[in-house]
Write a protein that binds this ligand. Sequence first.
Ligand SMILES: Nc1nc2c(c(=O)[nH]1)N[C@H]1C(S)=C(S)[C@@H](COP(=O)(O)O)O[C@H]1N2
Ligand SMILES: [Mo]
Length: 304
Amino acid sequence: MRGHRPDLKWSDVTPKHVFMNRRALIAGAAGLALAGPAMAKLAYSRSDYSTPDAPTNLEDITSYNNFYEFGFGKGDPAKYAGALTTDPWSIKIDGLVDRPGEYGLDDILKGVSLEERIYRFRCVEAWAMIVPWIGFPLSGLLDRVGVQSKAKYVAFETLLRPSEMRAQKTSALDWPYREGLRLDEARHPLTILATGLYGEEIPNQNGAPIRLVVPWKYGFKSIKSIVRISLTDRQPETTWNALQPEEYGFYANVNPEVDHPRWSQATERRVGAGLFGGRQDTLKFNGYEEVAGLYVGQDLARDY
Ligand SMILES: Nc1nc2c(c(=O)[nH]1)N[C@H]1C(S)=C(S)[C@@H](COP(=O)(O)O)O[C@H]1N2
Ligand SMILES: [Mo]
């Protein structure tokens, strides 16, 4: 179980009791208890899609979070997300697919090759990090369930479990948290489902046990703790867009030229870079210009 063995999957190399104990540890210590001889690593391979930027510290990635199910404070998810039971876990895949069903996470991960994807990650609030995710392309999962030709969008839902997600007892958001992508965006090779980061299982506060990562879009599109994926022929309703349509669009592509109504998006702050080193220019599509072809003929100031 030591080192990286890309021929094995994490479900093969990680006995259940080990990662369950780990999850309990992660809960209390914001990821700091991850190290130790009993801690199995995920098996994954490197990927050409990674940025050469140095990753943000694990401590920053796991202690400065947005996960409103656990509160609005950046420190709330690290404090409270340990209450979330992430095993057993299943995802309902329904709508315009040939093989709809309730799929166990173990099933979903069977035969999947995990890759490390070191991605820039940009929140609409104008902070940014570099995160070494472990995950796999969403397109492979879509192929396995068989997307029907009428499908044009993919809708996602987070778990609804107020007994463990304490802020779901309030009406702060219209729970469950929902997001969506156009099918071509969902199928783009940069779009992944992440189950780990820094070579370990993903901590609860970052969206355990499985979350979406769409690196060219503002962070709110990257929905956490997913329990449902639906293929639809209409643009799905999404949480932030429904709440504040003038402020949060459906597309939400990172774009220095399109400001948020209440702040500029021209620059961003690197979390963990210190008070003086952190401000830098925002990159169009967060630097992932290879996605530009998805939006040919679209006015991105209108389709923000
Ligand atoms: N279910 C759910 N997913 C979510 C959120 C949330 O509040 N609930 N916040 C989003 C926002 S605004 C951001 S910036 C990212 C933050 O991910 P991180 O905490 O792993 O950095 O998660 C996104 N996914
Ligand atoms: Mo965000």
